[in-house]
Design a protein around this ligand. Structure first.
Ligand code: VG1
Ligand code: CO
Length: 543
């Protein structure tokens, strides 16, 4: 019934910013997925007889790995497995289901915003019982295990039916429960937001355009925006999840959502445009004629969250990843609430949310969320925006410009250099580190360096320390440049350069972003020597 299979370890199974991500052919190597899943189980204690949630974003290879994971969960002694119908669960929905059904943890199969398909990306990550990504202590243990693993356990029963909702006892006694992927999540959104007010806004002719990017949010968005909130059919586009996302890159930014972006900038644009990514945890917000940067969106959502029923009592605090702009800090300061700066990656927010120190969290990479789950949540952000728009009765443009008038504007942009030679990228970072001591006091054009460091995070809850989380160069007056290497890519290295400048004067809030940041962009190049070290004249993607 239960087979113990001998295996040999792979040396490259180190989880990155958000789980293990590799090309599909890498995952298809013999025992590759099995080794990683067994290493997860081997790093956990006390799950005998307990419940495991398994879900994925529907990308290529999803179903195959779900079948393996179910059989391995049974063989390792879990008492119950919950999966979404068809093996589909958005990342925030999986987080909710782990919490709602008090599961021991969950396995989420996704490579998020990375492309899908037979030669594209796949990923596996483990979430703990609070619904959030496993902290580094666990991911480090999983990695250590992958390097020495020699057997895995798998039950020997035929593939289960993932498409029939209901409960089944599998051979050996483990219960399999297949849930509607959308229902529990939608109910949670109805508790947090005033659906009546949003429905009313839409009935008055407010037009929304949501691009699901042929990824996991399609069925969720159809149900929420069209069926429950009454948006006309067609308001949700690309709503059929496809294993290859229609050949697109399901990353909700103005570059990969160009069609929606152009429409929102054009004549007769809808009032509100939005999109989400491969696994449903990111969001893109565009008003008629205005793109809202994720950092601004976090600040505006935090400043207005009390207008939604779920947050009417105000916020305990706000948390943002270090490279995210300081716009939200100004909101926290004015409200007299806590502000926390964490390394990149949602796993660092879990402790702050669990401890009740932060209510809303966000990242510059288009992730925003709250204490309702322990992942970032794309549709949640869209619904909070809609709730705010319904209550305030103003346009996105008005809300954003008023926010800048009140708090000042943080001009912000991220420049990504993708697929850079790994040694060159490491060399660039090492060179930056070597300059940290000598940079303060130096001037670059009109900018003078005030401070330079390698960001280290001291978790205020569990006291753990995470070092080398990005090089920060802070200039006098509050501008800064941050450099770090991506931990989610699957080929070569990706250098991310984050550029930010604070502008308090509202007569200077209409400058084009790259122009507003021009001096900083030049300084970044001078200090890091990006062109000669990477061989690139320009970033691959500017957001
Ligand atoms: C990127 C983003 C980070 C985000 C992570 C996972 O990581 O920068 O903010 O948390 O992706 O998001 P990196 O290491 O490539 O910069 V997702 O939607 O891919 O789960
Ligand atoms: Co994602």
């Amino acid at each position: 019934m239960i087979k113990s299979v001998s295996t040999t370890p792979y040396q490259d199974q180190k989880p990155g910013t958000s789980g293990l991500r590799k090309k599909v052919p890498v995952f298809q190597q013999p025992n590759y997925a099995e080794n990683f899943i067994q290493s997860i189980f081997d790093s956990l204690e006390g799950f005998q007889g307990k419940c495991l949630v398994i879900g994925g974003d529907g990308r290529y290879y999803n179903r195959e790995v779900i079948q393996k994971a179910i059989k391995m969960a049974a063989a390792n002694g879990f008492g119950k497995v919950i999966v979404g119908k068809g093996g589909i669960l958005s990342t925030p929905a999986a987080s909710h289901i782990i919490r709602k059904y008090k599961a021991f943890g969950g396995i989420i199969l996704s490579a998020s915003h990375n492309p899908g398909g037979p030669t594209e990306d796949f990923g596996i990550k483990y979430n703990i019982n609070n619904g959030g990504p496993a902290p580094e202590k666990i991911t480090d243990a999983i990695y250590a295990r992958t390097k020495v693993i020699d057997t895995y356990k798998i039950a020997d029963f035929p593939d289960v039916n993932l498409d029939r909702i209901g409960k089944d006892e599998l051979p050996g006694g483990m219960i399999l429960s297949v849930l509607d992927s959308v229902e529990d999540y939608t109910a949670l959104m109805e508790e947090l937001f005033d659906f009546g007010a949003i429905r009313n806004l839409i009935s008055l002719g407010f037009r929304i355009a949501f691009d699901a990017m042929s990824a996991v949010t399609g069925p969720y968005a159809k149900e929420i925006f069209e069926n429950r909130l009454g948006a006309p059919s067609g308001s949700v586009r690309n709503f059929m999840p496809l294993p290859d996302f229609g050949g697109h890159h399901p990353d909700p930014n103005p570059v990969h959502c160009k069609e929606l972006y152009d429409e929102m900038m054009g004549d007769d644009a809808p009032d509100f445009g939005a999109a989400s990514d491969g696994d449903g945890d990111r969001n893109l917000i565009i008003g008629r004629g205005i793109f809202v940067t994720p950092s601004d969106s976090l600040a505006i959502l935090a400043a207005n969250a009390n207008l939604a029923p779920g947050y009417s009592g105000g916020l305990a605090g706000i948390a943002r990843s270090m490279p995210t702009s300081g716009a939200a800090d100004r909101v926290a300061e004015r409200r007299g609430i806590g502000m926390y700066e964490t390394p990149t990656g949602w796993k660092f927010f879990g402790n702050l949310l669990d401890a009740g120190m932060a209510t809303i969290c966000g990242e510059e990479s288009a992730g925003t969320g709250s204490n309702h789950v322990r992942e970032k949540d794309g549709l949640w952000a869209v619904l909070l925006w809609l709730n705010i728009l319904a209550v305030r009765g103003e346009s996105v443009q008005d809300i954003v410009t008023q926010h800048w008038q009140t708090y000042g504007r943080n001009y912000y942009s991220r420049h990504d250099y993708e697929g850079v030679d790994t040694d060159a990228a490491n060399g660039l970072m090492a060179n930056l580190r070597s300059q940290l001591g000598s940079l303060p006091g130096k001037s670059f054009g009109p900018l003078k360096v005030e401070k330079a460091d390698d960001f280290a995070y001291h978790d205020p809850v569990d006291k753990s320390v995470s070092e080398h989380q990005g090089i920060r160069i802070l200039f006098e007056g509050g501008s800064r440049v941050v450099f770090r290497l991506s931990g989610t890519g699957t080929s070569g290295a990706t250098l991310r350069v984050y550029v930010e400048r604070y502008e308090p004067d509202s007569s200077r809030h209409n400058i084009e972003t790259q122009q507003a940041l021009a001096d900083l962009i030049v300084a970044a190049e001078t200090i890091a020597d990006i062109r000669s070290r990477t061989g690139r004249d320009a970033p691959s993607v500017i957001t």
